[in-house]
Design a protein around this ligand. Structure first.
Ligand code: FAD
Length: 427
């Protein structure tokens, strides 16, 4: 008789809520990870994110081996994998942490049905956020769609319980099943090493984060995003620590939870405008323009540097993400879904809720979004945030040799965007 703990986007042993509860269950715990074909089949073979998952699992496995256990790695369609696991082991209880994306919610409910049919009990936990689902709502119980009141309520609730409980899994490590499952290589999973790597996170700058975070050349932000995406860092530890350090930084972590609760409450935002009044906008959706944006050859240095940073490293500084997103939607009048999909393919920190939330913010179609008549001027953004051109020169090698003409003139593009939005927005 065994319990299974199913790792998904929580790839760490420490302070892992579901794992903590699994280890306290009656049965020895087999830790499991499934490389899900439904997700992997569409990815390139050298996808950095798969490599990062593999590396993070390998670290977990090394630690488990020290205590005579190991992680069980499977690959396939999750329903099929679970059917066969239930044949292989006498599974009494299954523990996992919740994932709020529509695909994951559907997948988990299908798995829970299979478990129930096999007399295995499933338990799910909140782990990747401080507050989930309907924990932060307006007085009438409806979800917030504006950030500031959400943040105020979030802070009020957090302060009432700070620090939030952390879970000392290590105290229960004796609960792991003793075994030595083979740990597959990346190649055995059908993938290969990528030349790009996920950077370690960095929290040294934290005391003056608010002063430096907007300047891409300084490159002084935390690089936490892929770690939060895959759960190699605990949000509880991070927030309990950040709460005393820097309010602006904490606000960014609350933005993350805001977009997660928007996705949970309004799953249509994955593909559709949050504001349906914006559905009538006549996008130009010009394929050739889109290609120039993707390759970083628009003639606007700030936009091009950002896209080249993304293409080369899988990362782009937040200030520049805002500039390139606004440029695509407003200067080129290409619908946000195209840009969102491109970011999803390239970003190492790609997260459905944050990506969709921020893209809709930039397009003006989202909740609490930038107003439609606010059109970032890429040249002014450059002057303000990269005055000496250090960021631009880093990513555009040919910059000093004379840079090409902008593909659209700013004043024309701005007027065209405002007119198009105005005509398309339903009154
Ligand atoms: P820091 O400035 O150190 O911030 C710390 C953490 O706060 C981040 O790791 C992240 O978890 C959270 N955070 C910060 N800003 C935001 C924000 N605007 N929205 C939500 N969470 C935030 N972030 C993603 O994690 N995944 C995405 O797919 C993603 N897509 C984006 C698309 C666009 C168009 C824009 C404008 C922003 C996007 N962001 C996304 C938000 C933000 O750009 C990144 O989280 C940030 O740049 C990551 O770097 P960092 O960890 O060094 O950030």
């Amino acid at each position: 008789e065994v319990s299974i703990f199913w790792f998904r986007r929580d790839l760490r042993l420490e302070d892992n809520v579901g794992l903590f509860h699994a280890l306290k269950s009656k049965q020895p715990v087999i830790p499991l990870f499934i490389f899900d074909d439904s997700i992997l089949d569409s990815l390139p073979k050298n996808d950095t994110r798969v490599g990062f998952i593999h590396e993070s699992l390998s670290k977990i496995n090394n630690r488990l081996q020290e205590i005579g256990s190991s992680i069980l790695i499977k690959k396939g369609k999750t329903t099929e994998v679970w059917q066969s696991l239930l044949q292989e082991f006498d599974v009494k209880e299954v523990f996992f942490n919740k994932d709020y994306e529509p695909y994951a919610i559907k997948r988990d409910s299908a798995i829970c049905e299979i478990l129930e049919a096999n007399n295995a009990i499933s338990y799910s936990f909140k782990d990747q956020v401080i507050f989930e689902e309907k924990e932060i709502t307006k007085a009438d119980g409806l979800p917030y769609t504006v950030y500031t009141p959400f943040k105020n309520k979030w802070l009020e609730k957090y302060k009432s319980m700070a620090p939030v409980q952390e879970y000392d899994t290590e105290a229960y490590f004796s609960g792991f099943h003793k075994n030595s499952f083979a740990f597959p290589t990346l190649e055995q999973i059908g993938f290969e090493e990528s030349p790009i790597k996920v950077k370690p996170h960095n929290l040294n700058f934290i005391s003056n984060y608010q002063d430096i975070r907007d300047f891409p050349a300084l490159d002084q932000t935390s690089y936490l995003s892929p770690h939060l995406r895959f759960g190699t860092v605990s949000i509880r530890k991070l927030v309990n620590w950040a709460f005393h350090k820097n309010d602006v930084f904490l606000s960014e972590l609350i933005w993350r939870e805001f977009f997660m609760q928007i996705l949970f409450s309004f799953p249509k935002v994955v593909t559709q405008n949050f504001k349906s009044a914006y559905d009538g906008i006549q996008w130009r959706n010009d394929e050739a323009d889109f290609k120039r944006w993707c390759s970083g050859t628009t003639g606007y240095p700030m936009v091009d540097a950002g896209m080249r940073q993304l293409n080369e490293t899988g990362y782009m500084h937040n200030r520049v993400r805002m500039v390139v997103a606004s440029f695509l939607c407003k200067h080129l009048l290409i619908q946000w879904q195209w840009g969102e999909a491109y970011f999803a393919e390239k970003l190492l920190d790609y997260d459905l809720s944050a990506n969709v939330g921020n893209w809709q913010w930039a397009a003006g179609t989202g909740c609490d979004a930038a107003p439609y008549f606010r059109v970032f001027n890429p040249e002014i953004q450059q002057k303000k945030f990269d005055e000496k051109g250090m960021y631009i020169r880093k990513w555009i090698k040919e910059f000093d040799l004379g840079y090409g003409e902008p593909m659209v003139e700013h004043a024309m593009a701005r007027d065209r965007a405002i007119a198009t939005y105005k005509a398309g927005i339903l009154k």
